[in-house]
Design a protein around this ligand. Structure first.
Ligand SMILES: NC(=O)c1ccc[n+]([C@@H]2O[C@H](COP(=O)([O-])OP(=O)(O)OC[C@H]3O[C@@H](n4cnc5c(N)ncnc54)[C@H](OP(=O)(O)O)[C@@H]3O)[C@@H](O)[C@H]2O)c1
Length: 286
């Protein structure tokens, strides 16, 4: 098998996957279950583990158990990790995937709205990472995969808070890799581009971004474009396959964009002069 995993031959790895009720997280949970992984997926709506049948299982021996988690709550994060440990005594992989987007111009986005965006996307991931690190350190191994976005590297107008929260995650994981490598823990980022999920309908619009806003016309046009691109984007299974690849590779790269088109865009961003990149982004989204 290409790139033998750190526990290859034993696919009953224990995975804690946040945001498993929809989109990329749901597709990833199912993808891993089919391949024998023990997946503990989370959702704010989950009822919690009951004795008896798992939520979903596959002939491979893999299963999905859904456990409740709100990543914006420290107590909830702690409780989710404790639940998995009680069942499995270890956590091999954390996939930090839960996230949402707030859209609106910077002027129209309140500080409270910006804080909510960071509390879920950035601090939510940080809470989960901090909960699993002591566990993985004691195990002497573990893998942390953070779902970021192409928008972390190319900031998109009217999605600035979302882009900033994902950029912050990229900075976090770059440092984390160095800190945890001596303990046998490997951290990396997966960067999806437009993907067909519930993300579009769950997007929150800044309260002040209504018709009275001086940005209204341009914002709605840009938002329409974003929504169209997302709903005509890749299926979430495409991201699931990349996440699985990052689990199985002995030495995962720091980041992996999903899809050839996005990989090319990111390479071009590094090669082209920044004024040209800015012009292109403006033509598409401003
Ligand atoms: N779709 C795209 O085009 C795209 C592109 C790049 C990156 N991404 C990233 O991919 C990840 C998954 O998004 P998706 O596209 O699959 O969207 P989605 O279908 O809306 O799924 C989002 C998941 O996050 C969970 N979630 C949201 N807020 C949460 C909270 N406070 N606590 C715990 N869980 C929470 C939701 O679960 P509950 O509501 O059940 O709690 C849901 O399972 C996100 O990090 C997103 O930023 C998406």
């Amino acid at each position: 098998m290409k790139g033998m995993g750190f526990m290859s031959g034993n696919n009953s790895q224990v995975v804690l996957l946040t945001g498993a009720s929809s989109g990329i997280g749901k597709a990833t949970a199912e993808w891993l279950m089919e391949r024998g992984f023990h997946v503990y997926g989370t959702s704010r709506k989950a009822a919690g583990i009951k004795d008896g049948q798992p939520f979903q299982s596959s002939p491979s021996g893999g299963f999905i158990e859904m456990i409740p988690l709100d990543v914006s709550s420290e107590a909830s994060a702690e409780n989710a990790v404790r639940t998995v440990l009680e069942r499995e005594r270890r956590i091999d992989v954390l996939i930090s995937n839960a996230g949402m987007g707030i859209a609106g111009s910077i002027e129209d986005t309140s500080i409270q709205e910006a804080e909510t965006q960071f509390d879920i996307n950035f601090f939510g991931a940080l809470r989960m990472i901090r909960q699993v690190l002591p566990v993985m350190r004691k195990q002497g191994r573990g893998r942390i995969i953070v779902v970021s976005s192409v928008a972390a590297l190319i900031s998109i107008p009217y999605q600035s808070m979302y882009s900033a929260s994902k950029s912050a995650l990229e900075a976090l994981v770059e440092a984390l890799r160095h800190e945890v490598a001596p303990f046998g823990i490997k951290a990396c980022l997966v960067e999806p581009g437009d993907t067909r999920t519930g993300f579009t309908s769950s997007r929150v619009i800044a309260e002040a971004a209504g018709e009275d806003s001086p940005y209204y016309g341009r914002f709605r046009k840009s938002l329409g474009r974003m929504e169209h691109d997302e709903q005509n984007g890749a299926p979430p299974e495409k991201v699931a396959g990349v996440i699985h690849g990052m689990i199985m590779r002995k030495n995962p790269p720091i980041r992996k964009a999903v899809g050839l088109g996005y990989k090319t865009i990111l390479i071009l961003k590094r090669l082209l002069p920044s004024w040209l990149v800015e012009k292109l982004v403006g033509m598409l989204y401003a």
